[in-house]
Design a binder for this molecule. Structure first.
Ligand SMILES: [Mg+2]
Length: 301
């Protein structure tokens, strides 16, 4: 697993700000609350990020399944809105059920689904795919897809690049990809714009990191699917149907994906700093530095 520190991740997100949506004007104040139940009267719909809110790696954050059940029992609509791309929604539903959450399949909206819904007409391209060897790509319906691994040939032969997951990615493979794209530019589609994800032992490098590197060194403009981009929020609101947008809140642990995405889309946001990106870090300093201000700072979900 390629890994990175929180400080490096914040620097990397800031260096990539010109490729992210513009944030709404800076607001200097956020309100501190103890738990999501404290703002339950303000909202009808809670959009919950997964990594850093529901779980860290494969481990549940203790107490959060009960908090989610409490919201659901109070009649709130609770959706998982995740930049999860490595596995399909059925697998994710199994994962969250095993962790103690009671979600339906329709309650989960992912960046992978967002990408898949926009792939019409592109599925017949010769895809070179960055994904773990174990990845199941069946739901994406690609006619020609080859995993990019240690053999240089597919890097040159493919016509489009799809970044799904970095579980098996290495510096050597990154070099192969950068070399191939310097020789011939190709469309690069990114199924997870995250630069990092919080794991049990630190931060893993995610597809967003690879995509921004490629854009920095080759003539490539990656197409990003997922938070902080509008495409995933469009899918969320298609799913929600007729709702009062002022009563929808995005809850997440990352300023540059969850909070920036919500602000750019014009919905409320709540940052949970205690378990994911900012666990042990200085969140106030990061808010000040980035100008990405949530409406709420929530001590625990
Ligand atoms: Mg997260």
């Amino acid at each position: 697993m390629m890994s990175i520190t929180a400080e490096e991740a914040l620097d990397a997100y800031e260096a990539a700000r010109h490729r992210l949506p513009a944030s709404a004007p800076k607001t200097d104040v956020f309100q501190r609350v103890g738990a999501l139940s404290d703002i339950a009267n303000r909202f009808d719909v809670f959009l919950l990020d997964a990594f850093g809110v529901l779980n860290v790696g494969e481990t549940v954050i203790p107490g959060v399944p009960d908090s989610v059940t409490e919201l659901q029992n109070a009649g709130k609509r609770v959706l998982v809105v995740s930049n999860a791309a490595s596995v399909g929604t059925d697998e994710l539903l199994k994962k969250y059920t095993a962790l103690g959450y009671d979600f339906a399949r329709d309650d989960i909206v992912t960046s992978r689904e967002t990408l898949s819904s926009k792939m019409n007409g592109n599925r017949d391209s010769r895809w070179g795919v960055v994904a773990p060897a174990s990845a199941d790509l069946a739901d994406l319906g690609l006619s020609h897809a080859e995993l990019l691994a240690d053999d240089p040939a597919p890097y040159e032969a493919c016509d489009s690049i799809l970044l799904i997951g970095t579980g098996d990615w290495t510096h050597a493979r990154q070099d192969l990809l950068e070399t191939a794209l310097r020789q011939r530019s190709k469309p690069v589609l990114v199924a997870n714009p995250d630069i990092v994800a919080p794991r049990e032992t630190g931060f893993s490098v995610e597809p967003g990191h690879i995509a921004h590197r490629l854009a920095d060194v080759a003539d490539v403009e990656p197409e990003f699917y997922g938070k902080p981009f509008a495409n995933i929020f469009d899918m969320v609101f298609d799913r929600l149907g007729d709702v009062d947008r002022t009563r929808v809140v995005m809850v997440g642990d990352s300023l540059h994906t969850d909070i920036l995405g919500a602000r750019a889309y014009g919905i409320a946001s709540a940052l949970v700093p205690g378990f994911g990106f900012f666990a042990g870090g200085n969140v106030e300093q990061a808010i000040e530095r980035t100008g990405i201000t949530p409406d709420y700072l929530v001590e625990r979900p």
